[in-house]
Design a protein around this ligand. Structure first.
Ligand code: HEC
Length: 140
C-alpha cells in the first residue's frame, strides 16, 4: 500500500516535471533572441555596459508610471530627467546606487523606491535601464 502510494507520487512528480521542466527552454529562447536582436551594450554619456533597448522595456514596465514616458516626471516629487544639469548629470555610481537602493532627498514629498519597487529587477536590469535613461533623456 505504502509502496503503491510512493510510486504514484513519483509518477505524479515525473508528470509534473515533464510539464514544467522543458518549459523554460522554449520560453527563454525568444527572450534571448530578442535581447540579441536588440543589440548589445553601448557606452552612453560615458556609462559603459548597459543595453538601452532592454532598458526601455524595463522603463516601460517599472518606471514610467512615476517618471513618465517623456522623463519629465508624472507625479509630484519626481525629477525632470531632461533638465540640463539635472539628476542625470550625477555620477554614474550615485545614480546606480539610487536606483538600486532608493533614496529620498531632504524636503522631497516622496522617496524613490528601491529598484522602482520591483524587487525582481536584477543588477543587470538596473544597468540596462540606467543606459536607457541616458539614451532617451540625455546626459543631464
Ligand atoms: C513610485 C514612484 C517611482 C517609481 C516607480 C520609480 N521612481 Fe525613480 N524617483 C521617484 C521619486 C519620487 C524620485 C525623487 C526622490 C527624491 O528626490 O527624494 C525619483 C528619483 C529617481 C532618479 C534620480 C536619482 C538621483 O540621483 O537624483 C532616478 C535616476 C530614478 N528615479 C530612476 C528610476 C528608475 C530607473 C525607475 C524604474 C526602475 C524608477 N526610478 C522608478 C519615484 C519613482
Amino acid at each position: 500500500m505504502m509502496k503503491h502510494r510512493i510510486f504514484l507520487c513519483v509518477l505524479a512528480g515525473l508528470g509534473l516535471s515533464a510539464f514544467t521542466l522543458p518549459a523554460p527552454d522554449p520560453a527563454a529562447a525568444p527572450v534571448f533572441f530578442r535581447q540579441a536582436a536588440a543589440g548589445g551594450t553601448e557606452t552612453i554619456c560615458g556609462f559603459k555596459g548597459g543595453n538601452p533597448t532592454h532598458g526601455a522595456e524595463i522603463y516601460a514596465k517599472t518606471c514610467v508610471s512615476c517618471h513618465g514616458a517623456d522623463g519629465k516626471g508624472a507625479i509630484p516629487g519626481t525629477p525632470d530627467f531632461t533638465k540640463k544639469g539635472g539628476v542625470l548629470s550625477h555620477p554614474h555610481t550615485a545614480l546606480e546606487d539610487h536606483i538600486k537602493n532608493g533614496f529620498q532627498s531632504p524636503g522631497s514629498p516622496m522617496p524613490m523606491p528601491a529598484r522602482g519597487g520591483n524587487t525582481a529587477l536584477s543588477d543587470r536590469d538596473i544597468r540596462d535601464v540606467h543606459a536607457y535613461l541616458h539614451k532617451a533623456f540625455g546626459c543631464g
